[in-house]
Design a protein around this ligand. Structure first.
Ligand code: BTN
Length: 279
């Protein structure tokens, strides 16, 4: 059964039930993340609320999770549609000991962790679409939004926000995303235990974050590269002030996308939308 008009701009998967945080915490094996869970039925945005906590001094590892968001935020000012009881919308407070130049590595690290968790629940590969999308079968399954605060010399904190379409059937997605999005439910043809998936995701994030801090992004780069779906592909990159075409080569150590635009010129892309082109 589906119900319309929940205020989130999407139909509700009405069979859904609230997440049992107690079940998530039971057996959670994580060193730094998941020290405390702030659980809400509805929030405007978990990233917004987590930032408020971090501004008030909340320590690294605290997690804010909401069943639905009325103003879920995506990259480049887009909205993240967040109907209740079906998916996961959460933000983790991080206080990384990294130079500000390396802040984009948090998104790359999270993409590796989300890919690992997703692949543990699926028999098909997760693909990273630079910088922050996780695709399966060419459709978006999850998005990452890392927002940092600090100065030109230090990162004070990073709010790492993640949205994953878990038990949200494609047939209930709004028209504007239905063709481009997918969910674990649709990919497996069966629903997923949200508590088990969330626990696994927190553990994978904890592990990858530990690797990033202790060994640097170089230690995660091989997995990131293996999931990068666009190496060598012709792409169009749409930035705020220009559009360029070229071949995607990979990323540099600061997380910038390297695109070869012809004549051997290599451009570093810091922010933009990458659209694969037919050859
Ligand atoms: C994107 O793909 O553009 C990023 C989407 C990030 C969505 C998540 S849902 C939890 C957290 N809170 C937000 O407001 N946004 C992120």
């Amino acid at each position: 059964m589906s119900v319309k008009g929940n205020g989130s701009g999407a139909e509700v998967h009405a069979e859904g039930r609230p997440l049992a945080i107690k079940k998530v915490v039971e057996g959670l094996k994580a060193k730094r993340l998941g020290t405390r869970f702030h659980y809400f039925l509805d929030l405007d945005s978990t990233n917004r609320y987590a930032r408020e906590l971090a501004d008030r001094g909340a320590p690294e590892g605290e997690v804010v999770i909401a069943e639905s968001q009325s103003r879920g935020r995506g990259r480049l000012g887009r909205a993240w549609i967040s109907p209740p009881y079906a998916n996961l919308y959460f933000s983790v407070i991080l206080r990384p000991r990294l130079p500000p130049l390396h802040a984009p590595q948090i998104t790359l690290m999270a993409a590796v962790a989300v890919g690992d968790a997703v692949e543990a629940f699926l028999s098909c590969p997760a693909v990273i679409k630079w910088p922050n999308d996780i695709l399966v079968g060419g459709k978006k399954l999850a998005g990452i939004l890392a927002e940092s605060s600090g100065s030109s010399t230090t990162i004070e904190f990073v709010i790492l926000g993640i949205g994953v379409n878990v038990n949200w059937p494609q047939r209930l997605m709004p028209d504007m995303i239905r063709d481009r999005a997918t969910s674990l439910l649709d990919l497996r043809q069966s629903s997923v235990d949200r508590e088990a998936f969330f626990r696994r995701l927190i553990q994978d994030l904890d592990r990858c974050y530990g690797v990033l801090e202790e060994r640097g992004f170089g230690a995660l780069a091989p997995v990131w590269e293996s999931r990068f779906g666009l190496r060598g592909c012709k792409v169009k990159v749409v930035m705020t002030d220009q559009v360029l075409m070229g071949r995607a080569q990979g990323i540099d150590c600061n997380g910038a996308l390297i695109v070869e635009t012809g004549g051997g010129e290599r451009r570093r892309i810091i922010a933009g939308d990458v659209i694969p082109l037919e050859e």
